[in-house]
Design a protein around this ligand. Sequence first.
Ligand SMILES: Nc1nc2c(ncn2[C@@H]2O[C@H](COP(=O)(O)OP(=O)(O)OP(=O)(O)O)[C@@H](O)[C@H]2O)c(=O)[nH]1
Length: 381
Amino acid sequence: MSRAGVPVVVVAGFLGSGKTTLLNHLLREGGRAGSVGARIGVLVNDFGAVNIDAMLVAGQSDGAVSLANGCMCCSVDRDGLDAALSTLLRPSARIDVIVIEASGIAEPRALIRMVTGSDDPRIRYGGLVYVVDAALFARTRHEYPEIDLHIAVADLVVLNKIDLVEPAALDDIRMVLRELNPTAAQISVIDARVDPAMLFDPVAPDADAPDGSGDDAGPVQLTLDALLHDAGRRDSANQDRGTAHEDEHDHEDHHMPGVHGHRHLHDEFTSVEFASTAPMDPRRLARFLERPPVGCYRIKGVAHFDLPGHRQRHIVHGVGGFVEVRRDSWAGQARQTSIVAIGTGLDRDEVLIVLGAAVADDATADDEHGILHITRHLPAR
Ligand SMILES: Nc1nc2c(ncn2[C@@H]2O[C@H](COP(=O)(O)OP(=O)(O)OP(=O)(O)O)[C@@H](O)[C@H]2O)c(=O)[nH]1
């Protein structure tokens, strides 16, 4: 790979941590005057068969490619990735940087290898950004200790959702993150508001980009060489410490016939997709978000309600018990509800029955306060 190629930055992080929020922030900020002025190509990979993230990534119609249906690190081979990257690299798209948003259960090391293993000389690896949900950090680590190793290979750790956590608890989280990854830059943010210049060089004719080495002196520009060096070093450090990561999935093995893969986050997770062109009943949909079926960790999607004053596109999120709803315009898209539920041991029939029962009926129009159950989840921040 040439140092002069288009950098490919991988954004990873557990389910619901804020990756799409970060991507949207970069798309909004990255190309703004006075900002890095970069034209960003995005490659979005969702775990479910319906690529909700692609729907939620703002604008840039020539610069987005989605790889739906399965976690990219196992369902997309290098040829598939090269083909997707090629689409973004066509000269007419004039892309300065490519950001890959991985699914919330992808193996970051596998993604790194996919990008560094690409034969396309037009790209170079631009580093791994790992987004951490501050509110659910302890719980996620407890249930999925493998995320420690994900954090360990990051170049930039984005501690997101700090509005949901007390300052003292935040200090503890930062300390744990520092122990897990002593060399990565670490920043704490709300709504994934990261300065795009931390992820990629400003686009300027005389840009004299610093070649930061990822030390802990503060946030630095990501570099390929430092990352590859560090990733190897951190892996061996973890082996030396005899940590609980022995069963970390080895992606190369996973793809080799006859070689058994190890535990991998997405071996445990399943997704259920629901779609309907009929409007939804807000009270019943809210109940589904607030009290999701057993095993359901993540719900996301778009919903439509046929109620006066509420016909916008409603973007619904559930992450480990937190619910949020945002609204925007359908922007010419057909009104359709598309919801994905992701979890472990999910009962597919139960999810579909509950959501099927949340389709609007005669009672919906008479339930004048029903929509409040949705609008109360609009963010105050
Ligand atoms: N309170 C709070 N909520 C946030 C913050 N950042 C993101 N969220 C919300 O967290 C939810 C999940 O955010 P996403 O950006 O979709 O997360 P994701 O990592 O892309 O999710 P997956 O792709 O499903 O893994 C949404 O409701 C966001 O609005 C934050 O800083 N504070």
